[in-house]
Design a binder for this molecule. Structure first.
Ligand SMILES: [Zn+2]
Length: 221
């Protein structure tokens, strides 16, 4: 891989989390999810983890500098020279600036930003079809991965349900917030020549092949 420090950017339902795991299996890059890293730093009570815990426990949004500190701490824990895929971070331009500043201080830089393009109508269609088993939490999708018997889990026979977060009105609110927040971020990375767009409304293996081609392409630096 020529591009080894990578950000995956995409709306909820774009498949970027799944792709981050798939690409990691086929490369030496490690996926770093913002949610998992935050939970780990809090659990391990690291300096930045304790700072973040104050906000999480009061139900407040973790400020940009602290969440960036958490992610930098996660990156520092990787064996020297390990490439990574950031998933779910940065979400704002200040976070991106802080991340890139922190990496520069370690003589590192971001090599590519993969932007998962998917229009709102397609996202809504994907998410409203999500179902999950109430017993074993196995995920289903009425269109792409339906259960053998309607409403029943293939694995454990439990009843399938729709998460409250997956209702159309909730999705539209989340998408609006996402678009407002990330539009400036997309422009920020485009200005730096790092933005690589992938059309995400295709079968997963085609999206994956496009991402691998991006990671194997030479860097401009
Ligand atoms: Zn089940």
């Amino acid at each position: 891989m020529n591009r080894r420090r990578v950000i995956f950017l995409g709306p909820p339902g774009s498949g970027k989390g799944t792709q981050a795991r798939k690409i990691a299996e086929k490369s030496s890059l490690l996926p770093i999810s913002s949610g998992e890293t935050l939970r780990r730093e809090i659990r391990e009570q690291s300096e930045v983890g304790r700072l973040a815990a104050n906000f999480v426990e009061s139900g407040l949004l973790v400020p940009d500098d602290i969440i960036t500190g958490v992610m930098i701490a996660g990156i520092k824990k990787l064996p020297s020279g390990t490439g990574f895929i950031l998933d779910g971070f940065p979400r704002t331009v200040p976070q991106a600036d802080a991340l890139q500043g922190g990496l520069a201080a370690m003589s590192m830089s971001i090599d590519a930003v993969v932007d998962f393009e998917l229009d709102d109508a397609e996202i809504v269609k994907r998410i409203v079809n999500r179902r999950v088993c109430t017993k074993c939490e196995e995920p289903y999708n009425l269109e792409s991965r339906p259960p053998k018997v309607a409403g029943v889990c293939d694995i454990c026979g439990g009843a399938l349900t729709q998460r409250v977060d997956d209702r159309e009105d909730v999705i539209m609110t989340r998408l609006g917030a996402y678009r407002a927040q990330t539009a400036p971020l997309v422009a920020h990375f485009a200005r730096q020549g790092l933005l690589c767009s992938v059309r995400a409304n295709r079968p997963a293996h085609e999206v994956e092949a496009d991402i691998l081609a991006i990671l194997e392409s030479p860097t401009s630096k």
